[in-house]
Design a protein around this ligand. Structure first.
Ligand code: 8YV
Length: 320
């Protein structure tokens, strides 16, 4: 029996490629910079499966992929996929929930601490030999422990953040979500708040919602104005959930205290972006899930989805 052709368009561990090669013929692009990357469109014409993250799989791309039957994201987010269009064409889509929850939660806590305690700014000062040149109180930060954390989007990652915040830092947890989460209320004493009320109450506002038409631009000028002047805003979801220009303005005018951002409207973030000129923002290059262990689990789960499908089984984490 001939093996189905598939495309892997993201760098993955050799073990993942070996596993896929047992059931598929793999065309591998370690780093796909564009759909017109040499050879990609040719491979797409023959491909029955796609595996990777971030490629915009929309009608235009699908027109070039007449044999495609499955798209496996190596990410939990799937805002890069036009799910309606895929469904219309009977193409299956999968993502990688759960396996990255703990790692992304670690990153979010790191951003909270880094922004509150100004770690990158002060690291730079030490390297510039400025230690001791300014009054020591000019390097004071703000406490994280026992403060109020507002989590917007209480899914698996939100829960892992709440657990760390509650039991590691004694924080008071508020959350906003499409539906109530009784389990989080019980485990972390998390209290459900409407968005506006949460923004007004929280010392740390942590945005973890997926990007959908209803969450695009969720945090704009008005929402930022509801936050406390002492608030620290963390975005671990997608850049487009926030009005970036409004965020820059709030940080510049210090109507909020600081921010820690892992995601941006344009990625990679251009080096001359206004955010890069502010010292009250910590910038990370979309590394929420980026540890070797977790990225391997994510790629493996995507590969298991693909393999199950080509063997006629239901993929374990199919998007429904
Ligand atoms: C990375 C993420 O974007 O899973 C997601 O939705 O945002 C991240 O983990 C993704 O894995 C890219 O490789």
């Amino acid at each position: 029996m001939t093996k189905p052709n598939i495309i892997v368009y993201k760098k993955v561990e050799p073990a993942v490629l070996e596993y896929l090669a047992e059931t598929c013929t793999v065309t591998y692009f370690e780093k796909l910079t564009d759909v017109v990357y040499p050879g990609f469109l040719d491979a797409l014409k023959e491909a029955e499966g796609l595996l990777g993250a971030g490629l915009k799989v929309d009608r235009a791309l699908l027109e070039q992929a007449p044999r495609l039957r499955i798209v496996c994201n190596t990410s939990v987010g799937y805002d890069n996929l036009d799910i309606e269009e895929l469904k219309r064409r009977g193409i299956v889509a999968t993502n990688t929930p759960e396996v990255l929850n703990e790692t992304v939660a670690d990153t979010v806590i790191a951003l909270m601490l880094a922004a509150a305690r100004r770690i990158p700014e002060l690291d730079a000062a030490v390297r510039k030999d400025l230690w001791g040149t300014e009054p020591s109180d000019s390097w004071y930060g703000v406490d994280v422990h026992h403060k109020t954390l507002g989590i917007i989007g209480m899914g698996g990652i939100g829960n892992a953040i709440a657990q760390r915040a509650k039991f590691g830092f004694g924080m008071n947890i508020l959350y906003h979500n499409r539906s109530r989460k009784p389990e989080a209320e019980e485990r972390f004493g998390a209290r459900y708040f409407e968005l506006d009320e949460l923004l007004g109450e929280a010392d740390f506002v942590c945005l973890m919602t997926p990007l959908t038409p209803s969450t695009a631009g969720l945090i704009g000028k008005r929402e930022l104005s509801l936050m406390k002047p002492s608030a620290i805003f963390i975005n671990g979801s997608r850049g487009a959930t926030v009005d970036e220009a409004a965020l820059v303005e709030a940080l510049e005018k210090r109507t909020i205290h600081a921010a820690g951002l892992d995601v941006f409207v344009e990625e990679p973030l251009p080096g001359d972006h206004p955010l890069t000129r502010l010292d009250n923002v910590v910038l990370a290059p979309h590394i929420g899930s980026a540890t070797g262990e977790t990225r391997l689990k994510m790629a493996m789960l995507a590969a298991e989805n693909l393999t199950a499908f080509v063997q006629g089984q239901t993929p374990p984490t199919m998007i429904r």
